[in-house]
Design a protein around this ligand. Sequence first.
Ligand code: ZN
Length: 304
Amino acid sequence: MIIKERCEPIELEIMKYIKVRSTLSATEMKNYSVLLKGYEGEKEFDKWTENLSCDCFILNDLLLEYDHNVFQIDTLLITHETFYLINVKNYDGDYYYESAKWFTLSRSEIKDPLLQLKRSDYLLQQLIRSLGFPNYSTEALLVFINPHFHLYQAPMNLPIIYPAQLERFKNKLNKQTAKLNDRHSKMAKLLISLHKTTSFYTQIPDYDYEQLNKGIVCSSCSSINLNLNKDKVVCLKCGCVEPVELAVLRSVEEFKLLFPNKKITTQMIYEWCAVIKSRKTIRRILRTNFKHIGYGSSSYYVSD
Ligand SMILES: [Zn+2]
């Protein structure tokens, strides 16, 4: 039973928008690809957890804190006996393991993904104890989801589930017959209530309103070359057609995410959407869908 869904990371969403509206540097592009690949791996793993038949709670994408240490868990699987803390990696290609270090085949060392896992496991155990549930044990696992991943020279005892072992791991979990009880559900709810939403992002490039290209972005292919055709916007690249109102509302949501401190005004959204030639249309859409605050040129809109 999934009791906390995974959402697209805000950092990734912001990067996607900036990518369309400006030019990312090579490093920024790389950061973006890493974020995207990681998220795709997590979504792939979610398909796997959907098929679990044992009695369990699935909490995706938790950001928790214990004693001022923030830690992140891709998936927490709560079964009767054990809390499985799972971090998902979407690495592909060949890697090797030597003296507790990780390398690519071209001999460049990468960050040991087990270190982060161990730290999260330790902090989770402490947190669970501090919340008054000393009897639950945790098991931390690193899941490699990509079938094209291979790790040479890996010792047998690493807490890793390789792609070829996922099916057996599922069978093992599905054999558990013990049912969850009220304490499990209390614990799960408590952890969800402690989930933090972060407001600082390390990977996002600097951007400002002036620099970004204005226009409506196609909902289908992410092109910014759209034309207005009566009450529809038409993508010049893929031909996708969308009612103006929906396209404007999407753009407002994007604007709110990119510029949480800017006020939504008719003029602002008119400039931001660029392709809509009538301020009146923008004003009508904003009035219908948002709450209007203030008068005249200093008035603005907020979500209802
Ligand atoms: Zn398109």
